[in-house]
Design a protein around this ligand. Structure first.
Ligand code: M6R
Length: 612
């Protein structure tokens, strides 16, 4: 969604801001803009991509060592040049960039209109900057004070940076419900909505907390106060990610790079947590909450999208091997449906970005009812990571492609470790079985490497089915969530309509869709209720559906029935989702490429969905 980048220091701001905007492109956006201060305040914005803004700025004077820039994903008002950020105040002496939504903007706007303000755009953001200016002028207070007073009147979420013509050595940044990170350089500061524009300049960052306002002055220490004017001490943390993780590293797209990173990312999510030889599984982040989990009436996993699919695999794992009841809920539904939940429940929030608005709101709701909240997040220091009582990072590294790939397999890996740890503590698995599972888990990264090296089969399948209008994905047991995930990957990046179903449910409706034009992807490893899945495959074949099947190496039964097979190495039933999701990611990728789609930034989508 929207992206923020700002700079103050001795260097020229424009190249830093432009690079920052490019780094933020992955979040999804529809317009971009920049404001610089060099004597006067200048502001440029365009609809479309950052490259279009760059083009538009080619012959402009872009000097200045302080500036703010933004990528906008439209919420209030259509995506056009006028609604793009930054926005000027009435006097054109203040400029603002803003992520989030000011919910009471209409009432504030009405009030300001009565006082003679007019508005160029349809945005809530332009209302906020005029409110700040109005307070500063009428109450005769400093800009910092005016920002604080305004934010006390605002209902909603915001991450803002304000630039002022009368304060050429200062930026003001504030957040509530929308993340903001301040990079602390040698003699400069960088402000951004996530750390990606900052990493190449400094690894020292301060994550602003909700309702904090930072005054960032050239050559001075960072000052933070909350909106009630209480002084806060900035807590400087070191970023874990490296610059090369934000580059494509020779791959054509981030998504492909991230698919191929999975042997490494799955290994990283197990690093220091699994020692198969000694029979050790431990997750330091949640060790103090193990007892709570073991005694919980039930565990509720809340998430959205791909992370919700990982939660579904988690449900199978926890119930199967640790015998703990689990429910998996869409965060967006859970938060509004008045669920029965109290201090006997443990909630696990799963999120790659750690910023998903619905998941955050669901956490707050569950907390207010007394539940213990744990998190599984990829982004260190993210809002969800900080909103939970404890948690486990997935350590998959930055995921830039909008379609989640390595984050999913890392989430499932962490859930597997958790389930095994609980099973050990609860004694629900015989020792030999436990050891066998640990060994298989440890062997996964090597097996993912084998899956990736598929001799071009996914590309050939993609070529054959690139023009399809619909796809059906079917699986049973542990592979039902994999079917859902395969379908989501395809629809979000190729725009082909795809549905995932439990294979046996096909007879209750979707079978009506099957004819010679319908590709049906089966996840059919030789595990669990394999024979039942084979029967489902036969049902599709009898209706001339085109069958693409993911099978265990050496399978001959499905091979005889399917039009195409993709083999994965033999593994435990509960570990199949990690291996089987990889070819589905590749299939979606190649189909999308052949259809000319922008796989890293699919239309209408944002990497982290920070509005509900
Ligand atoms: O950052 P999160 O894991 O909380 O994001 C949840 C979903 O928005 C995300 O998984 C989305 O469905 C992806 N585009 C799927 O590829």
């Amino acid at each position: 969604m929207c992206g923020i980048v700002a700079y103050i220091g001795p260097k020229q701001a424009y190249p830093i801001l432009l690079k920052g905007l490019q780094r933020l492109e992955y979040r999804g956006y529809d317009s971009a803009g920049i404001a610089l201060l060099n004597g006067g305040l200048i502001l440029f914005k365009t609809k479309g991509k950052v490259a279009e803004l760059e083009d538009y700025l080619k012959d402009k004077n872009l000097k200045g060592t302080i500036g703010i820039a933004h990528t906008r994903w439209a919420t209030h008002g259509e995506p056009n040049q006028t609604n793009a950020h930054p926005h000027f105040s009435k006097s054109k002496k203040l400029a603002i960039i803003h992520n989030g939504i000011i919910e009471n903007y209409a009432a504030l706007k009405k009030e300001l209109t009565k006082r003679g303000y007019t508005f160029d755009s349809d945005t809530d953001t332009e209302v906020l900057i005029n409110l700040i200016e109005d307070i500063q002028q009428n109450e005769n207070v400093s800009l910092e004070e005016a920002v604080r007073i305004s934010l006390n009147q605002v209902i909603g979420a915001y991450a803002i940076v304000v630039l002022s013509q009368d304060n050429p050595d200062m930026l003001i940044a504030a957040r509530k419900g929308s993340p903001l990170v301040i990079g602390v350089g040698e003699d400069d500061y960088f402000i951004a909505s996530d750390a990606t524009p900052i990493i190449e300049y400094t690894k020292n960052v301060v994550y602003l907390e909700d309702e904090e306002v930072a005054v960032v002055k050239r050559g001075e220490d960072l000052q933070i106060r909350n909106i009630k004017n209480r002084k806060k001490t900035p807590y400087i943390q070191e970023l874990e990610w490296n610059l090369n993780e934000l580059e494509k590293g020779g791959y054509e797209h981030f998504m492909l790079k991230e698919i191929y990173e999975q042997p490494r990312s799955v290994k990283d999510s197990m690093r220091g947590r699994l020692n198969a030889q000694s029979g050790i599984v431990s997750l330091g982040g949640i060790v103090d909450y193990e007892d709570k989990m073991l005694k919980a009436r039930r565990i509720i996993m809340i998430a959205c999208g791909t992370s919700w699919h990982a939660g579904l695999v988690g449900e199978y794992l926890f119930e199967d091997i640790a015998r703990i009841p689990v429910e998996v809920e869409y965060a967006s539904e859970f938060r509004y449906r008045n669920p029965i939940i109290d201090e006997n429940d443990v909630v696990i929030a799963i999120s790659q970005s750690g910023e998903t608005a619905d998941t955050l709101a669901a956490i707050e709701m569950a907390r207010s009812k007394g539940a213990t909240i744990l998190g599984i997040c990829n982004v260190v220091g993210s809002s969800i990571a900080r909103a939970t009582d404890a948690g486990t990072y997935t350590h998959a590294g930055p995921e830039i492609g909008v379609a989640s790939t390595k984050a999913f397999t890392a989430q499932v890996t962490v859930l597997t470790l958790m389930a095994l740890r609980l099973a050990k503590l609860k004694g629900t698995l015989p020792k030999s079985r436990f050891m066998q599972l640990l060994n298989e888990l440890e062997a996964l990264p090597e097996k993912i490497t084998k899956v990736l090296d598929d001799h071009g089969i996914t590309e050939r399948i993609a070529e054959e089915f690139k023009a399809a209008s619909n796809f059906l994905y079917l699986g049973r047991g542990y592979n039902f969530p994999v079917a859902l995930e395969g379908a989501l990957k395809l629809k979000e990046i190729s725009y082909i309509h795809a549905e995932g179903y439990p294979a046996a449910e096909m007879k209750h409706g979707p079978i009506a869709l099957i004819d010679e034009n319908m590709p049906v992807v089966f996840i059919a490893p030789n595990k669990g209720i394999y024979e039942k899945v084979v029967s489902n495959i036969q049902e599709v074949k009898a209706r001339n559906g085109k069958i693409i099947a993911i099978v265990t190496e050496g399978d001959t039964t499905v091979k005889d029935l399917a039009d195409y097979i993709i083999e994965i190495p033999e593994t435990e039933e509960m570990l199949v989702p990690i291996l089987a999701s990889v070819p589905l990611q590749k299939l979606a990728y190649y189909i999308a490429i052949l259809r000319g789609c922008n796989v890293d930034q699919p239309r209408n989508l944002a990497k982290s969905v920070t509005v509900e």
